[in-house]
Design a protein around this ligand. Structure first.
Ligand code: NAD
Length: 490
């Protein structure tokens, strides 16, 4: 597949010197080449989007959402849906079923954003003083842009794109250079929808393209999803250029297992969370804290669950877990496992050195369990972003909550218990933006904000739901006086 930009309603081959190899992480084959675009590409997209904004914001909101309905139907069509999922598996590594599940959340966000006629209503108060009324109107912000990560090539742009467009903004998306194919395909559907020229634009590239977006004077709002260090850079740089910005960062998600938990259910759900998508989900559980007597049973069951998972190419039948994104990620994960062993932990299930028959060039790491991980150790702190679950043990729920809250990230925290009171306390006290109670991946539905805290999020308004409406609109307040003396007689 040739990777092109889509600017002002046209497919454009960027004039670049460098390309980034897109590799199928299961086969090791180069399947596309991402053009490493420049600031000039961003400038062309921003100009097109600025010009399109003038008339797009005047399109009535109920007409704007008709384009989104059409896009949703095109994407959800069974054949195209499967084609999108296959692209995701091939460029990102997750299984076909995981890829299809990813797209469901994309459709849901389009559906929620289609409620924009209702969600963008303003406020009105009569007689704030005699004969004076006050109105709050929501207006679009202008040109908005999203910088996306590799791990959900189809879903993450849809945390933003439908809301931005429905609210009357024009839009630019820059996918991760590691996974440009999914958006390439979706933009073919966007083309079929027939949005006016310049309303939705696609630019490909890496750091230079991102810097072009951060600095461009016509781009008014930026959303970012990716690792924490880059999120901090995006947040600071975009803000220094006077832009509205939200930046979602990395994670290290803990789960507490109380002795009264339904152990079989807990293990199954925690294994799915830790090893699903090869642990490359920002809501993947990566630290399991057993309390009191839960240790023996949980540790035994989770080791069984880890060693019995079928690993392979995500399009092959029966495969439960695919590879990590590339060989560099495989090496990094393996080095972190080695470091952990050096720090004194044990490795009862070791996924290093995995070779899958028929896919010898793939970047596979089998599910791995690290036990007796020490609080404060490197492995307990850093985001591994691979299928690795660290086990820790404490004697009380107080200690467990303290441990959960001592981490630098706050994307998600989960608890497994059959006690309502313990669950209520955890919900109240855990320092994380997404809480799971007997849930392993507490991914908010499209009508709730995707709420990260601490080093997992920089900004105030989150993605999805009403937060997205807030983010993609600016409020205008009008105070009006119409004196009685001006009353005409009719
Ligand atoms: P990444 O930070 O490497 O890249 C994300 C985007 O930033 C890409 O588009 C990339 O081109 C760009 N980029 C990378 N380095 C840059 C730099 N130095 N300057 C400017 N732009 C740069 O992240 P990734 O590896 O693609 O994705 C995995 C990370 O994303 C993990 O840390 C994961 O936790 C996080 N993530 C978070 C959420 C969330 O909701 N909080 C969701 C998904 C992924």
């Amino acid at each position: 597949m040739e990777i092109l930009n889509y600017i002002n309603g046209e497919w454009i081959k960027p004039n670049v010197k460098e390309y980034f190899d897109v590799i199928n992480p299961a086969t090791g084959e180069v399947i596309a080449k991402t053009p490493l675009g420049t600031k000039a590409d961003v400038d062309a997209a921003a100009k097109a989007a600025s010009e399109a904004f003038v008339s797009w914001r005047r399109v009535p909101v109920n007409d704007r959402v008709q384009y989104l309905f059409k896009l949703r139907n095109l994407m959800r069509d069974a054949e195209r849906g499967d084609e999108i999922a296959k692209l995701i598996t091939n460029e990102c590594g997750k299984t076909f079923e995981e890829a299809k599940a990813e797209m469901v959340r994309a459709y849901e966000n389009i559906e929620v954003a289609s409620g924009m006629p209702h969600m963008s209503k303003g406020e009105f108060v009569e007689d704030i003083a005699p004969g004076i009324d006050e109105i709050m109107i929501r207006q679009p912000v202008g040109v908005c842009a999203t910088i996306a990560p590799f791990n959900f090539p189809g879903m993450i742009p849809f945390w933003y794109l439908p809301y931005a467009l429905a609210a009357g903004n024009t839009y630019i998306i820059k996918p991760s250079e590691k996974v440009p194919m999914t958006m390439q395909f979706i933009f073919k559907l966007i083309e079929q929808v027939g949005f006016p020229k310049g309303v939705v634009n696609l630019v490909n590239g890496a750091k230079d393209t991102v810097d072009g977006i951060l600095e461009h004077p016509a781009i008014r709002a930026i959303t970012f999803v990716g690792s924490t260090n880059v999120a901090k850079y995006i947040y600071a740089t975009a803000a220094s250029h006077g832009k509205r910005v939200q930046a979602q960062g990395g994670a290290k998600n803990p789960v507490i297992i109380l002795p009264d938990a339904d152990m079989e259910m807990a293990t199954k759900i925690i294994a799915d969370s830790a090893f699903g998508c090869a642990g490359q989900r920002c809501l993947a559980v990566s630290l399991a804290v057993t309390v009191g007597e839960s240790r023996n049973m949980f540790n035994e069951l989770i080791c069984d669950a880890a060693s019995s998972r079928t690993v392979g190419y995500g399009l092959d039948a029966g495969v439960q877990m695919g590879p990590v994104i590339n060989l560099a990620a495989q090496q990094r994960v393996e080095q972190l496992i080695a470091l952990c062993a050096k720090e004194g932990a044990s490795v009862p299930v070791d996924g290093r050195g995995t070779v899958v028959k028929g896919y010898e060039r793939g970047s596979f790491v089998r599910p791995t369990i690290l036990s007796e991980v020490k609080p404060g150790s490197e492995i307990a702190r850093v985001e591994i972003f691979g299928p690795v679950l660290s086990l820790m043990h404490v004697n009380s729920i107080d200690e467990a909550i303290q441990l959960v809250n001592s981490g630098q990230y706050g994307n998600q925290a989960s608890l497994f218990t059959t006690s309502g009171n313990a669950a209520r306390r955890f919900r109240y006290e855990a320092d994380a933006g997404n809480i799971g109670i007997n849930i392993g991946v507490a991914a908010p539905m499209a009508f709730f904000p995707f709420s990260g805290w601490k080093e997992s999020f920089f900004g105030d308004m989150h993605g999805q739901g009403m937060d997205a409406v807030e983010f993609f609109t600016q409020k205008k307040v009008v105070v009006e006086r119409w004196p009685k003396e001006w009353t005409r007689k009719f």
